[in-house]
Design a binder for this molecule. Structure first.
Ligand code: ZN
Length: 332
């Protein structure tokens, strides 16, 4: 405990003290018990003990699920962005918590942590030029199939040398990296004059976090290393040479449904959750009768919840209490 108490906040430098004593990977069952420390001054939180860059590849390759690649599904998903009313639909569903939707035609966009590359295809559909960086080597096949510019590795490798960007997006990335200020400073060097960095990440200032306590799905231990609120993130950004142009909270309706499902799910340390690792429509043929009934009840509750979560989420978002933050930064 005395070692934990010496941890300094990455946002303001104040001391951090224990906030949640014992928390573990309740999705994929990677081993280990962690704690969450909170800054007494600005509320920034950190997972303890901290994982290092060396720990991450093994952790992700052993425990993080990979979806099977379906090229047609990816293309169809990306083409939805061209439909009439697409932006309104994103707003209703809370899926507009992703920086690349802010692209303007003709802009050069870099998506760090581009995952399935749907965002790169969407940028292309919206008239921008897209580049991506992704650690997962399985993404190579997707990039090649769609002739996308993707660097498999890290932004620390200095990919696409000589290129700079009008928009750099980090969707659900900054909470996964060991040294966020270093990443922000590096990204700043790749901006065109007038360029912007847009980040999306979970909001510890959310209503859901307060209601859910240690069952909040966005603790996502041990993969999420740092946990931000709007104030603490602004401090970090300002120290890294940015001005915060805009900050708003958005709650994807899907997150709320997953949160509701997680309430009924209790995974011990080292044990994967059936709710998170089950494939397809949540119940396998091999599931026990009891499990099938449990899932059937859960999916009925989910159906009921569906009509309610949208309006509740949009209200929470308007009050700044949404479950993710979307932050627009420019060089100060
Ligand atoms: Zn602090």
């Amino acid at each position: 405990m005395s070692k934990q108490e010496s941890v300094r906040c990455i946002a303001c430098g104040s001391g951090c003290t224990p906030y949640i004593d014992a928390i573990w990977d309740d999705r994929y069952g990677s081993p280990g018990t962690f704690s969450i420390l909170k800054c007494d001054a600005c509320g920034q939180m950190v997972t303890s003990p901290q994982l290092t860059e060396q720990d991450l590849p093994d952790l992700y390759s052993r425990y993080y699920p990979r979806r099977e690649v379906d090229f047609t599904a990816l293309r169809n998903e990306a083409d939805l962005v061209l439909r009439e009313g697409a932006a309104e639909k994103r707003h209703r569903e809370g899926t507009d918590n992703q920086g690349h939707y802010l692209v303007k035609p003709g802009q050069k966009v870099l998506d760090i942590g581009c995952g399935s590359c749907v965002s790169l295809l969407e940028v292309r559909n919206l008239g921008g030029e897209s580049w991506g960086v992704e650690a997962d080597p399985n993404v190579r096949a997707i990039a090649d199939h769609f002739s996308l510019n993707v660097h498999i590795g890290s932004i620390h490798d200095n990919p696409f040398p000589g290129l700079s960007f009008d928009l750099i997006v980090l969707n659900q990335v900054i909470e996964h990296v060991p040294d966020p200020p270093a990443l922000l400073k590096l990204v700043r060097e790749r901006l065109n004059p007038g360029g912007k960095v847009v980040l999306a990440f979970p909001n510890t200032g959310s209503l859901n976090r307060r209601v859910s306590g240690r069952k909040w799905i966005n603790w996502h231990i041990p993969y999420h290393l740092h946990h931000y609120n709007s104030r603490s993130f602004s401090l970090i950004a300002e120290k890294a040479g940015y001005e915060v142009e805009n900050i708003k909270s958005i709650t994807p309706n899907l997150w709320t449904l997953l949160q509701l499902r997680a309430y009924g799910d209790e995974a011990a340390e080292g044990q994967a959750s059936t709710a998170w690792t089950g494939s397809g429509p949540s119940v396998s043929e091999k599931a026990s009768l009891a499990m099938r009934w449990k899932n059937r009840l859960a999916s009925r509750a989910t159906g009921l919840a569906h009509g309610l979560v949208g309006p509740v989420n949009r209200l929470a978002d308007a009050l700044g209490l949404g479950d993710s933050l979307l932050v627009v930064l420019r060089k100060s």
